[in-house]
Write a protein that binds this ligand. Structure first.
Ligand code: ATP
Ligand code: MG
Length: 323
């Protein structure tokens, strides 16, 4: 491992998910900021630990790529703590779900309109392009299928880069299916829910759902996902109901509509492939240097919004303390 854990100074907490917690840390020798994910593991569960170690050894071989979060190392010391630590590249605009929640807090404060999220067609095109490129690279070079495309696993930085994280690492860490999904929306494709062998096209379905969520601000399949029953109901609806679509009460370009429709085809064989989508008009329409500039500009604006939100939250907390 290129980084030694004792050379890290922990900064703030970034977030937490089902499997672990992510914090920002400073690598003192080269003043580099990294993201540190800690996953607690059961002490004697050697099956899971062995599987994780095997999976991480695959991830370790993935070389730096513009659409993949760079992996810096994984650590497991059963004598100290029952946890696995993963160090990776830090993304300064965070994940797409985080950007959505910052947007929603501005809506609540009444300073931003709730008609449209910050994700316009240009940003959807750029994000989709980055996701597809990353997926294509992982599959072509390493035969890795991501399997967990969702807003919290797509990261953005202020250089205007889109990066995938959390690919190929076992979901078996978490106890049961119900536990895994309580409180999270599921982006799983119908064929995967039905237990059929699934291919990289499952990730295309997830991308489609993610786009609908980014433009509307809401997970498209709705429903209650905070109980095991709610989750089972949601899974059933994904399989039985018609494909999710962009909402009818707003106008979207034919390129964006067609792109989403092609991702959200329930039958895996009819769904577009990664390669087809990489050549879709929605992607080509924004593939120019001036659109790249515009997107970089958007990312910088998002970064300043995140900072502003953090300050507003801190001020509100201070006020609450005084009262
Ligand atoms: P789940 O456990 O269901 O996968 P999750 O993806 O939200 O959910 P984590 O992977 O533990 O959970 O990540 C927690 C949060 O940390 C993410 O939502 C994201 O905002 C943030 N995060 C993760 N990795 C990074 C990173 N490399 N740079 C910046 N932020 C990150
Ligand atoms: Mg994640």
């Amino acid at each position: 491992n290129y980084i030694q854990l004792q050379d890290l100074v922990q900064l703030g907490k970034i977030g937490a998910g089902n499997s672990g917690t992510v914090v920002k840390a400073l690598h003192v020798p080269d003043s580099k900021i990294v993201a540190k994910k800690t996953i607690p593991v059961e002490q004697n569960n050697s099956t899971i630990i062995n599987q994780l170690v095997r999976e991480l050894s695959i991830v370790k071989n993935v070389k730096p790529h513009e659409n993949i979060i760079t992996f810096y190392g994984a650590y497991y010391n059963q004598h100290i703590n029952n946890e696995i630590i993963i160090l990776m590249e830090y993304s300064d605009c965070g994940s797409l779900d985080k950007i959505l929640s910052v947007y929603k807090r501005f809506v609540q404060r009444g300073t931003v309109s709730n008609k449209k999220t910050w994700f316009n067609e240009l940003t959807i095109s750029k994000i989709s392009h980055g996701v597809l490129n990353g997926l294509d690279h992982l599959y072509r070079q390493y035969k890795i299928i991501h399997r967990d495309i969702k807003p919290s696993n797509v990261l953005i930085n202020s250089k205007g880069q889109i990066k995938l994280c959390d690919f190929g690492v076992s979901k078996k860490l978490v106890n049961s299916i119900a536990d895994t999904f309580v409180g999270t929306s599921t982006y799983m494709s119908p064929e995967r829910i039905q237990g059929n062998v699934y291919s990289i096209k499952g990730d295309v379905w997830s991308l489609g759902l993610m786009i609908i969520e980014l433009v509307t601000g809401e997970f498209p399949l709705g429903g209650h996902n905070d109980t095991p029953d709610g989750i089972l109901d949601l899974l059933q609806r994904i399989v039985n109901e018609p494909s999710p679509r962009l909402p009818k009460d707003r106008v979207f370009s034919k390129e964006l509509t067609d792109f989403v429709n092609r991702c959200c085809i329930k039958n895996e064989r009819e769904r577009s492939s990664i390669n087809e989508l990489l050549h879709h008009d929605l992607i080509l329409k924004y593939a120019t240097a001036s659109k790249d500039d515009k997107f970089r500009h958007w990312c910088k604006k998002i970064k300043s919004k995140i900072k502003e939100d953090k300050n507003l939250k801190r001020e509100a907390l201070e006020r609450a303390k005084l009262e």
